[in-house]
Design a protein around this ligand. Structure first.
Ligand SMILES: Nc1nc2c(ncn2[C@@H]2O[C@H](COP(=O)(O)OP(=O)(O)OP(=O)(O)O)[C@@H](O)[C@H]2O)c(=O)[nH]1
Length: 611
């Protein structure tokens, strides 16, 4: 293709993402767009095509971003090339949303016509505004009986402050309004600006490891052109590689002769080691390099830590390799080796939040066939010691003894909770109980309120969102950001089984709640840990002081005894159930402890006193 033709082509490229609160219909709309542009035939069409991971499909949430190229013939008769870049919607993945937005010029903002603006609608739209994207509002699910598009239109204008007079009224499910959305993308999303003749600059916005091709980079070309045979250089480390293939996703990988400014696609260059590439890095050409790298990404720091231990100790190296592979396209995942007296060799891993933690854990088990014991998540504490030094603790087991602690600081977040006004009381009660400090409350419109609290992150990590959802019939939406560290009266609670301290069960708790939590946890553990051949005392202690105790009685009879040898199928079921339970047991000293016990601290019953 001639340079002039390429420049012409650049004018017909549109790069955009779809942003939305969870469940407002982003994936469904993406599917409709693929269908409408005949990127996939109806026969190939499976629901939620862009969500490529099994796990994602099962959970119904979007986690990893994907990019797909579509061709759309607009009403002006011209053919446009669209790159649709998928974004995750959950609060834990804000970082990935901003990654994908950096590769676009526009964002389609989907808002549910019955629900209106929710916490992640706002969080995502602000990210898009930060990235200077053109925002195209779409009011989705107008087919629902509860839809109130005019109210939502007004809400978009009042709360976000953008013009919504032309917002498309759509139903992704029923296929209404799809063409109008595509036309608005053509009209309002600017063509990419870069310079075709400048030295290559491409942003790595994702990368995956493929056992045949090595590392596959997902890139957005900001300037210049790249083709097979070129020698590329990664600007962060200067390493060079020869390009073996470039192409686009449609949604399957389709090789191309070149990728040029404005294109979003993939590149392979026999990059063998995952550590060589970094998401956010800039790719240039070795013989004609760009002088300045692109802005890249802010590194996101993990907020929650937990221990991951293979049940089979021989799998330690497999676990390390798996974590390295996952880290390739998830730089927010952090890990380092740790040893626990109770659990042996494993890793201390850092995550952006609980969902991130769950997803990684499930991927390790499913994609890498590992069986793991996970310890309860912990935030990062700053401990000021009496000798004047400060230490950073992400593992309760390493929390110093009370005698050497001067003060402890813990991370606080500013939480925005949006709810219909009849639930404001419930939200306040839950927030207060979680040591929240009221900040403000604003009416979004006549029905809905944005309640703002400062709350310790550790309380959010516990079960804040679950409580919030159940206390508001599922109506509340939550978004939060870290606002800094504050001093709190925190203590470490140790758990002793059979008189021995189990380091993996220690946790940090506010002094005012410590007795109740101690009592609740020993009761919970008593229920979770199966009876052994001997009596096992379970104790909770602060320092050397025992604050609660409960005993697991010794096993008296064989489980099968009560079947009287009669009902065979019942007997088999019971045995299977026992076997199932066995899978996730860890022998600690002389006691067998199931996985659930390590999470017990998260699942304590509603029996804390009000502060
Ligand atoms: N009635 C109706 N339901 C819709 C419409 N669009 C999507 N849905 C339904 O809403 C639910 C959520 O849709 P998704 O497309 O998975 O939502 P999402 O925003 O991609 O959700 P995440 O992937 O979790 O971020 C699904 O059950 C859809 O079938 C619509 O226009 N009308």
């Amino acid at each position: 293709m001639h340079l002039d033709d390429m420049k012409k082509r650049q004018e017909y490229i549109r790069n955009f993402s779809i942003i939305a609160h969870i469940d407002h219909g982003k994936s469904t709309l993406a599917d409709r767009i693929l269908q409408k542009t005949e990127t996939v035939s109806d026969r190939e069409m499976q629901d939620q095509l862009l969500d490529s991971m099994d796990l994602e499909r099962e959970r119904g949430i979007t986690i990893k971003l994907n990019a797909v190229e579509l061709t759309y013939t607009a009403k002006d008769g011209k053919e446009y090339t669209f790159h649709l870049i998928d974004t995750p919607g959950h609060v834990d993945f804000t970082y990935e949303v901003s990654r994908s937005l950096a590769a676009c010029e526009g964002a389609v903002l989907v808002v549910d016509a019955a629900q209106g603006i929710e916490a992640q609608t706002l969080a995502n739209v602000y990210l898009a505004i930060d990235n200077d994207l053109e925002i195209i509002p779409v009011i989705n699910k107008i087919d629902l009986p509860a839809a109130d598009p005019e109210r939502v239109r007004k809400e978009i204008e009042d709360v976000i402050g953008i013009d919504a007079s032309e917002a498309v009224l759509a139903s992704a499910k029923a296929g209404i309004g799809i063409e109008d959305i595509l036309e608005q993308i053509v009209e309002y999303v600017p063509a990419p600006q870069g310079d075709l003749e400048a030295p290559l600059k491409a942003l790595i916005f994702d990368s995956v490891y493929d056992s045949y091709r090595g590392v596959v980079l997902n890139i957005r070309i900001m300037d210049g052109i790249v083709k097979p045979g070129d020698t590329i250089q990664l600007m962060s480390n200067g390493k060079t590689f020869e390009v073996t293939e470039v192409g686009i996703f449609s949604p399957k990988a389709v090789p191309r002769d070149y990728l040029m400014v404005g294109d979003v696609g993939y590149l392979t260059a026999s990059i063998k080691t995952v550590q060589d590439t970094r998401v956010g890095d800039t790719v240039t050409l070795a013989n004609n390099p760009a002088t300045e790298p692109l802005a890249g990404y802010r590194k996101m720091n993990p907020m929650v830590y937990c221990g991951l231990y293979p049940i089979d100790t021989a799998k330690y190296n497999d676990l390390r390799e798996a974590l390295e592979k996952l880290q390739l396209n998830d730089s927010a995942l952090d890990f380092e080796p740790e040893t626990s007296q109770a659990l042996g060799f494993g890793f201390r891993c850092g995550f952006l939040g609980l969902l991130h933690m769950d997803v990684i854990q499930e991927r390790l088990e499913r994609e890498f066939n590992l069986e793991l014991i996970t310890t309860a998540p912990s935030v990062i504490y700053h401990v000021n010691k009496t000798d004047g030094t400060q230490i950073v603790v992400d593992n309760p087991a390493e929390f110093p003894e009370p005698g050497v602690i001067d003060s402890v600081e813990e991370p606080y977040v500013k939480a925005q909770i949006m709810v219909p006004n009849e639930f404001v009381g419930a939200v306040m009660e839950i927030s207060q109980r979680k040591r929240g400090e009221f900040v403000t409350m604003d009416y979004l419109d006549d029905y809905r309120v944005n309640v703002v609290y400062n709350i310790p992150l550790s309380e959010i990590v516990f079960d804040f969102f679950d409580r919030l959802k159940s206390g508001t019939k599922g109506y509340a939406s939550l978004d939060y950001e870290i606002i800094g560290y504050r001093e709190s009266r925190l203590v470490k609670m140790d758990i002793l089984l059979n008189g021995e301290k189990v380091d993996a069960l220690s946790f940090i708790v506010h002094r005012d709640f410590s007795f109740e939590r101690g009592k609740a946890i020993v009761e919970k553990l008593k229920k979770l840990i199966p009876r052994q051949q001997f009596e096992v005392p379970v104790q909770a202690a602060i320092g050397t002081k025992i604050v609660a105790r409960s005993d697991i009685k010794a096993l008296r009879k064989n489980v099968l005894a009560k079947c009287y040898g009669g009902d065979v199928s019942r007997k088999r079921k019971l045995l299977e159930k026992q076997k199932e339970g066995k899978k996730r047991m860890k022998q600690i000293g002389s006691v067998e402890v199931p996985q659930e016990a390590f999470m017990a601290v998260l699942k304590m019953d509603e029996d804390e006193p009000k502060k």
